[in-house]
Design a protein around this ligand. Sequence first.
Ligand code: NAI
Length: 319
Amino acid sequence: MAELSFNGRVVVVTGAGAGLGKSYALLFASRGASVVVNDLGGGRSGDGSSTKAADAVVQEIRSKGGKAVPNYDSVVDGEKIIQTALDNFGRVDVVINNAGILRDRSFARISDNDWNLILDVHLKGAFKVSQAAWPYFRKQNFGRIIVTSSCAGLLGNFGQANYSAAKMALVGLSNTLAIEGRKNNINCNVLVPTAASRLTEDILPPDLYNELKPELIAPVVLWLCHESCNETGSIIESAAGWAAKVQVVRGAGSLLRKSITDIVTPEDVRDKWSAVTDMTNASSPGNIQESTVNLMIRLEGLKNPSNDSKFSEQYSDVF
Ligand code: NAI
């Protein structure tokens, strides 16, 4: 099969001056894309700014014969970053929301500033950059968006309440962008990476750190952003040359009352708790319509207990 080419495509990578973003920018450029290398160039916790990081990556891409321009704005000024793509390359096809910082504190110690800065860079930044590109994506009937989440968002992590909240919020953002973008061939997916970078150098054990090269994740991002990839609305976890889809699942659950006329007492909940939390037959609801149908089936079962199994059979594909 042919190599995956990005000839003629314009790709914006935020936070592309280092770590994961840098490896994405280099790989996209090597596959023919024109790349906007955005990086504020500040410290790990969001302090300061510099043009050095973005300039160095642009230099590296150009020295290899690729096309790239720098942008030094913060992602919260997303429209300026997209304008850089339009001014230099006349279009925008792909947005990789990757820029990130950390302000780790145990929950009781998180200041308003720690909270706001993390939410701004991760969540508002992805909102602003993606929204600025959106009208161009719609007009050209093509667009690819990646948002970057984290295991700390999906699973939680001590000392990262602000970061976890922002990272899980990005999953919600991506889910809805995937739905709203579908009719215009705009795909949006969540990447959950684990990679060696300045964000993880003092967190990951050295043996593991050395194996977690960002270059092993970049190909996953390129595939997700290619015109021939139809994946959308998904969460993809990747590290060390491995990738997997992650889903939200729901257990089969349990009715808490016998008929539509019964009330539910706290004791009913207590007595059914092991069935409520049993994940043996868990499945992914897929979308909100399926979730609503499931609710209707349960209600119908309560109204007409004799029809319960008939209904469940009719909608068996929902479970
Ligand atoms: P990194 O620190 O090497 O790179 C992040 C880049 O974003 C830096 O160059 C920084 O200057 C830039 N940046 C920060 N704030 C910015 C802003 N307001 N506007 C523009 N650029 C800004 O970190 P790494 O590890 O490459 O992280 C990339 C993304 O992956 C982040 O969103 C991070 O939260 C996420 N992530 C990384 C993991 C890992 O294992 N490295 C794990 C899970 C998520």
